[in-house]
Design a protein around this ligand. Structure first.
Ligand code: FE
Length: 225
């Protein structure tokens, strides 16, 4: 065999090997893609896919309120002011006096737009009964107004309002942000036996309430149009 013929055969053999390797790689990649696609298409979703679900129970998930996201807030429903509103309440964050009787209740939250924009300097005016379910219609006991801070926050210290005939425990609130309509509404406490029988009670107006070292801590955000 001539030297030229040997070189030509070597070149051909090298060329065939390269073509074989290239074809094999292409085939392997194609099979891998198909296998992955098939696996994504057919494998059902499993609880273990969600790390948050591991060790979690459905019961626990049901106990937790949904986390509000910006743009997801719905407007706070309005309710009647009733006959006991007085327009000249003192500006203060605590409605407690030295001789106040009752379970301390701290209510805090924000005044927001439906897009979660905090409404600074909004008026939050609260009036309620004392621990025994009595309104002060001659003075300003359990009446007070304040203005939200730069982040739209308010903070109120009072007592858990008492019961009076026909009504469950509630706080009356008037909220007004600059250039927006007045919101008059009422706030309620969860797990009160009288809630269901109250003709004005609305679930959307329930505060989130926790027992604290001294009384109860409540949270409620007002959302204005
Ligand atoms: Fe009332």
């Amino acid at each position: 065999m001539s030297l030229n013929l040997i070189k030509q055969r070597k070149r051909l053999s090298l060329h065939s090997r390269r073509r074989f390797i290239r074809r094999s790689s292409l085939l392997l990649s194609a099979s891998l893609v198909t296998a992955c696609q098939r696996s994504f298409q057919t494998r059902p979703f499993q609880a273990s896919d969600n790390p948050a679900a591991i060790g979690d129970s459905e019961a626990q998930a049901q106990r937790l309120p949904p986390t509000p996201t910006c743009g997801d807030y719905s407007l706070t429903p309005s309710q009647t002011p009733g006959p006991f509103y007085s327009p000249d309440s003192p500006q203060r964050q605590s409605l407690l006096a030295a001789d106040t009787v009752g379970t301390r209740l701290v209510v805090s939250g924000q005044v927001l737009t439906t897009d979660c924009v905090p409404l600074a300097n909004s008026l939050v005016d609260v009036w309620q009964t004392n621990d025994k379910g009595e309104y002060d219609n001659t003075g300003n006991n359990f009446r007070g107004h304040q203005f939200t801070d730069a982040e739209g926050r308010y903070w109120l210290e009072t007592v858990v309002p008492g019961l009076y005939p026909g009504r469950t425990r509630h706080l009356h609130v008037l909220v007004q942000a600059t250039g927006r309509p007045v919101l008059t509404t009422q706030l309620y406490l969860p797990d009160e036996p009288e809630n269901e029988g109250d003709f004005l009670f609305q679930r959307e107006l329930l505060m989130t309430v926790h027992n604290a070292d001294e009384g109860k801590q409540a949270q409620f955000d007002f959302v204005l149009p």
